[in-house]
Design a protein around this ligand. Structure first.
Ligand SMILES: *Cc1c(COP(=O)(O)O)cnc(C)c1O
Length: 220
């Protein structure tokens, strides 16, 4: 199967309210161009340097999403062009994103990452930490940041029941967040969950944005 065929077959399965992020990390620009030529415009990368290099080489109508863990000291390199940062998991990081966004006179969309997996290694906030952040005076003072939703990753397991439980947990946190009064920098509409192995289940559980790599580009 070619990249274009893979894309087409995945897109034909997605409800219209679900956005596809093509996760192109580690793949060469030629592969990304194949997806681009098949109409794909949203690409996800997990390393700022790699994303920046690809951004420089590729057409400028692409929306670049940062899906990986972000180090504060590297934020400045992506602010000029990044469309959405998925993995924000601290007030400190939000503060740096806001600071750089102010410098560039940009508004930057972010998702807060929630820890839903059993593995200790996966990054993310718990529900209390999320609430502490969005209710803090500092968060409310950020002028150039908009939190448009949440992101999460399920445990890497074959146990569908467990994955479903974790996705439902994230969806319930998202629903609570969505019921809060919206403000200038909190307007939750997006729930980023689901990867190659579990996106159908994620969509059943309410995902509005899936991040798919290997099912499009092949194994890494
Ligand atoms: C790599 C990655 C993906 C895509 O994973 P696939 O299994 O290749 O679809 C999705 N989300 C995040 C955060 C990733 O790092």
């Amino acid at each position: 199967m070619s990249i274009a065929n893979n894309l087409q077959s995945i897109k034909s399965q997605l409800p219209t309210n679900v956005t596809l992020v093509a996760v192109s990390k580690t793949k060469p620009v030629s592969d990304l161009m194949e997806a681009y030529n098949a109409g794909q415009r949203i690409f996800g990368e997990n390393k700022i340097q790699e994303m920046t290099e690809k951004h420089q080489q590729m057409p400028k109508d692409i929306y670049w999403h940062m899906i990986g863990h972000v180090q504060s000291n590297k934020v400045k390199y992506m602010i000029p062009y990044v469309k959405l940062i998925h993995g924000v998991d601290s007030l400190k990081l939000l503060k740096e994103i806001n600071r750089q966004a102010v410098r560039w006179r940009k508004n930057v969309d972010c998702l807060l990452q929630i820890h839903i997996a059993e593995e200790e290694t996966k990054f993310g906030l718990d529900e209390n930490e999320l609430s502490d952040i969005i209710n803090s005076d500092e968060f409310k003072s950020f002028q150039n940041i908009k939190v448009i939703g949440l992101m999460g990753m399920a445990t890497f397991t074959d146990n569908q029941h467990q994955i479903k439980r974790e996705f439902e947990h994230l969806k319930s946190i998202f629903d609570k967040l969505s019921k809060q009064p919206t403000t200038q920098n909190l307007q939750p509409t997006t729930l980023s969950m689901g990867m190659s192995g579990d996106y159908q289940l994620a969509i059943e559980c309410g995902s509005t944005m899936v991040r798919i790599g290997s099912s499009i580009f092949g194994i890494r």
